[in-house]
Write a protein that binds this ligand. Structure first.
Ligand SMILES: O=S(=O)([O-])[S-]
Length: 137
């Protein structure tokens, strides 16, 4: 028997966006480079290689997010212990909406995500680097 999905991705993303702050690419660009802001790139490594990277962004694959945020996790990353604003982005703005919501639920603050993600960032002519992700955490 086929499965009946009772809550689809559109509802999940809409619900997340009703709870978190969404930034336009223009707003994100205005924050880019600020010492008080950490941009968190949730895309998979292959997407970074293929599409390029936002300069200075911290790469956190979506699957590791909760484990890198929680200081009690063996995988905790110091970058998430800072008193800074965390701006999440992905390829198109869906994963980042869900991720920002979870991060906010976990207590990380303030958090936001970028509407349209890296695709919109690139389209707007914002800076893009190529090459391997920045490993510093
Ligand atoms: O990157 S995504 O918005 O397609 S999940």
């Amino acid at each position: 028997m086929p499965q009946t999905i009772t809550k689809g991705y559109k509802a999940l993303v809409a619900e997340a966006e009703s709870r978190i702050e969404t930034l336009s690419v223009e707003q994100a660009q205005a924050l880019h480079g600020s010492d008080d802001v950490v941009f968190v790139d949730l895309r998979d490594p292959r997407e970074l290689e293929r599409e390029g990277r936002m300069p200075g962004a911290f790469h956190c694959p979506r699957g590791m997010l909760e484990f890198w945020i929680d200081p009690e996790s063996p995988y905790a990353k110091p970058v998430f212990q800072q008193d800074k604003r965390f701006v999440f982005f992905c390829g198109g703005g869906w994963r980042s909406a869900l991720a920002a919501q979870v991060a906010q639920e976990m207590g990380l603050k303030p958090v936001a995500h970028v509407a349209g993600g890296f695709g919109a960032w690139k389209k707007a002519g914002a800076p893009v680097d190529s090459g391997p992700a920045d490993k510093k955490a």
